[in-house]
Design a protein around this ligand. Sequence first.
Ligand SMILES: [Cu+2]
Length: 615
Amino acid sequence: MKPNSDLTTGNIVTSTLATGMTRRQAIITGGVGSILAAGMFPNLKLRANEWSSLPDAPRFTPFTQPLPIPGRLGKCTLNPVPGCEEARCGSEAVYHGIAPEFYTNHPAHHPDWDQKPTACHYMEIQHAVHQFVPGIESPCFAYSANGTTPSFPGPTFRMRHGQPAVIRLKNNIDLETSLHHHGAHSPSHSDGHPVHYTFHGECRDYYYPNAAPRHHGSQDLSENPSTMWYHDHGNDVTAHNVAHGLCGFSLFTDSIEEDLISRQVLPEVDDAFGNQGAYDIPMAFHDTALNPDGTIYWDPLNLDGRIGNIFTTNGVAQPFLNVERRAYRFRFLCANLARVIELRLSNGQPWLQISNDSWLLPRAVSVSTIRLMPGKRADVIVDFSRMPEGTVLFIENIMDQDNGRKPNGVDLKKRVPFVQLRVVGKTAQTGSLKIGAGTPLRPHVPITQDEIVATRVFELNRSNGAWQINKEFYNATRCDAAIQLGTAERWILRNNSGGWVHPLHIHVESHQIQKINGRAPKTVWAAKTDVSPLEDGTEIELFMKFRTFCGPFVFHCHNNNHEDHRMMKQIEICGTDPVTGKMQKPMLNGSYYAVEPDVCGIPQPDIDSNPHLFS
Ligand SMILES: [Cu+2]
């Protein structure tokens, strides 16, 4: 991939909306979301079946390119240093500042967060050109690590429990962005809330304490994640920005996972040089949509969900991977906008699934296929030691889907090979990993019924071609649920939207699925989850705790087009009044930005003069 400084003159479809307005013009004149919220798309129903019409993709020969492994985001020195006066909110160097929780005198900041000095990193968002298909250049966006070549996916974050990190992100594209660290337990300022923007030309210091949730007492280490990812979450433009390259992996380790590695239950995450280990392979599946000339196809009026016509893994269409005769850890990420996938090995060998979303399972589970909705992850162990040298097999998708509504179902006649696996090496490395079905991994501390203090019901609705929750479009100035810090709640999620799939992602903490349509969930979904898979006509009951951080957070459908078109709600986690002992009032209440500017990272005078940016 190489930088492209002149994307705007290319023939990419994305630079203007259908009205001819640029994105910024649309925001200035009232915003795409404002138009939708006012229900001013009268022709949407007429166009409802047109979204699936895709251009002819460029032709190519699959399995000629090796699977690329994204490089690691390196450490650096930041100048000015994070949190100093020159890097405060409103400063020239770091306009959006840093989370208030960064400062050691903040009530949420606990001394045991800082077991090691804060690791500093620098990253930019820039225009780039990428080859999804060999020999064909596609203008796109990319995260670029500290002046290195931009990549799709972006550089992999490496996080360690007990070592806080600051990523200074500079946005060099002419769109509002917001970096969401999906699966992380982060302050509101650095969570990637849709309107906690990083504006064009500006920087934000994203502060990640890398501490497990806590409410009094010690951290709950059962909540430490493993495979997270990051992606753009800008208000109304998430689908567009992710489709154009703004995503990457974030891998987290702690003492529990390191113990599993030292006992060879799991392979090393790093090699001897600190790069991605040879037997721990992240794979981001993303169905991109290309025009015949290689430009990315984009229809800004597609509210159903963009389905692609090219199947990429780590940014390359149908690559190959040489595997030795031993066991591997594959980390699967469904980075599709709308397509649901179901993965199997072409030889019928089952997966040994070891995680669901960000968290290792209590015990490894043998499964024949893995269904992943957009945003979801699953780590698996695959043992190639019994396969003779020269064996060729595939990671293949057996789920058929031809529009953003929902899959047609499993169809072996329409299976698509995503990655070709070529077994190499004469000698089998038997016993390379000491793991099998039932092997203990991360202990799960369940949320129990007696902890629940409130029940909330959220129904997913379709309205005038766009998307609502409880018959309301998302509104950044409205608090939809004020939740007391340190409590646990029961949520009922209902998808009666009439034939649509909605993967529902809740920020800030894991949630625990209790029931799906009244029945206990299957084993791999029964511990921790961050994307609840709401099939058509499904009700999910879940328990969730809200710890450590106060402030606004969101939950939303992870079909990114649904999310942009307002299937999202905002919660505010509120602390306890030290005098009365009661829950403090939410800061939102219709005047969202009457809060400390540090929380959203935009100086109050700029908010006051541009209120339309936040509605
Ligand atoms: Cu949805």
